[in-house]
Design a protein around this ligand. Sequence first.
Ligand code: GRF
Length: 189
Amino acid sequence: MAKQIAIFASGSGSNAENIIRHFENNPDVNIKLVLCNKKDAYVLTRAKNLGVPSVVFSKKQMEEGEILDLLKKEQIDFVVLAGFLLKVPDEIVAAYPERIVNIHPALLPSYGGKGMYGMKVHEAVVAAGEKESGITIHYVNEFFDSGTTIFQAKCEVLPTDTPEDVATKVHQLEYAHFPQVIESVLEKL
Ligand code: GRF
């Protein structure tokens, strides 16, 4: 039986699309659902174009347990956060121990925590004059950006790089590694 995966996303969804495409012809992995807390997010268009069902929900619905109920009903085995901006409620974390992974666009524990997302991360990295940045793929626990690290990859930050330049380099790392890392985690389940 294929492992059933749900992807949570809040924005553009380029990682979600990359992951969906990666597993398209893999009989062991089924990307069953895209879950999104923003009704206008482009990830919904991507999911539709790729033929993956999506569900839009509010923070309140998630906090009141509706999303955990949905995950159970859909028999989801594993959750991927790909640019998902809300905190995952403790009940979901408890129901999926070491079965929720997130990608963070920096080298945790640096540039993580509440409020550190998207361009804010890259702006902070450039403002601090860092010489490198990268990605961190980690398990999700009850605190922001603090679960066990599974994988990191680095890129160089040049003194002339803008936050947009860093974002481009980091996205390339995300596309190159996130699907493979998910695949290897799933193989060990
Ligand atoms: C990525 O940089 C991811 O690391 C971060 O949010 C961004 C989402 O980009 N958490 P996209 O929606 O996948 O295009």
